[in-house]
Design a protein around this ligand. Structure first.
Ligand SMILES: O=C(O)c1cccc(C(=O)CC[C@H]2O[C@@H](n3cnc4c(=O)[nH]cnc43)[C@H](O)[C@@H]2O)c1
Length: 330
């Protein structure tokens, strides 16, 4: 299944280009996925999709940042926008608004139509979005649009994206990261960097998963391994998880250096072979580890997260392979 990733600006998916070693062009093709940068707004999106969208794509994915009307969504949170509305398309009727539907000229609301279960998508909250030409930044217009559509988020492209995919009947998803609250304009409150960071981590995890869903257990736990270059050519290895349930596991791995990881793998292997081991590791590397050979599970961290022993062994092996890739790590 080939994927088309659609974003308004290349800045919003800069981490993706970097991770896969791609040049920041407006249309990039790789064996597993293509990237299309449309430009900001509905017109630019419609034009770019008109030139590039075709039935060879198994999934079309719109990603970007968005403003939120919903106070339960924190800045930097990711959402799955399942319905998106052309909020300004229609006619004013004195104090009322007539949508394009009410005028009899079309449809103003479009939904995504991707039903396959992807763990990275399933764990995101599903929200209703509106698409606007003008970012809301005025108390009266915000109150008005809320009373008209009761939206949770807004963007400048989403509904146009759904419209184009709908025209070609292509499976599509719109995933956005909240960069700002929709409020009387206060640009200093926007967290664009955080929103883009989280979006890119999620995107890299999804694309790596689609590339090889069965190979990596870490993807089942939504854990991404990260290698950062420090000064003087040294590297720093850490982890990230977009699933709060797995934070203890991710931290445990990040805290395990090569030696500790090897010792854990040895003990886990012994436990799996029925040999006696120290089951109560207690606090190791700022994390709790208990091994239960009879139950076939391990407990990691203080949130009492228990996972199958085989999964833990494979996680450790993947981590060991990752951190062993550079001779600079002790
Ligand atoms: O500096 C500004 O005033 C400004 C206004 C809107 C967007 C931007 C951007 O840099 C991002 C463009 C991109 O972001 C989406 N976006 C983000 N927040 C909102 C929002 O509150 N309302 C509508 N769109 C938003 C949008 O989809 C654009 O593509 C800067």
């Amino acid at each position: 299944m080939k994927l088309l990733v659609v974003a308004a600006t290349s800045a919003e998916i800069s981490g993706l280009y970097q991770h896969f070693g791609l040049a920041e062009a407006n249309f990039v093709q790789t064996p597993e996925f293509d990237i299309l940068i449309t430009g900001v707004g509905m017109t630019a999106t419609a034009f770019a999709l008109g030139t590039r969208l075709n039935p060879s794509y198994g999934l079309v994915l719109n990603v970007g940042i968005a403003g939120s009307f919903d106070h339960t969504l924190e800045l930097g949170n990711l959402v799955n926008i399942t319905t998106d509305v052309f909020a300004e398309l229609g006619a004013e009727d004195h104090d009322s608004f007539l949508s394009i539907d009410q005028l009899g000229f079309g449809t103003n609301a479009y939904t995504n139509n991707y039903t396959s279960a992807l763990p990275q998508v399933d764990r995101l909250p599903q929200v209703k979005g509106i698409t606007v030409n003008k970012v809301h930044g005025n108390a009266q217009s915000i109150a008005r649009i809320k009373s008209l559509f009761n939206p949770q988020v807004e963007s400048m492209e989403g509904a146009a994206f759904f419209y184009a995919c709908h025209q070609l009947q292509l499976p599509c998803l719109q995933i956005r990261s909240i960069s700002n609250a929709v409020e009387p304009r206060a640009k200093e409150n926007w967290k664009i960097g955080l929103a883009i960071w989280n979006l890119n981590h999620w995107l890299i995890e999804l694309l790596s998963f689609l590339k090889n869903p069965t190979e990596f257990v870490r993807h089942q736990y939504s854990i991404t391994f990260i290698k950062k270059r420090l000064v003087q050519g040294r590297y720093y290895y850490t982890t990230f998880t977009s699933n709060p349930d797995n934070e203890d596991i991710a931290n445990h791995l990040a805290n395990s250096d090569k030696r500790i990881t090897e010792i854990q793998i040895e003990d886990i292997q012994k436990a799996m072979d029925g040999e006696a081991i120290e089951e109560h590791w207690g606090e190791v590397m700022g994390s709790q580890l208990e091994i239960f050979p009879k139950k076939g599970s391990v407990l990691i961290g203080y949130a009492k997260k228990t996972i199958p022993i085989g999964d833990f062994k494979q996680l450790l092996q993947e981590w060991l392979a990752f951190i062993s890739s550079s001779p600079t790590l002790s």
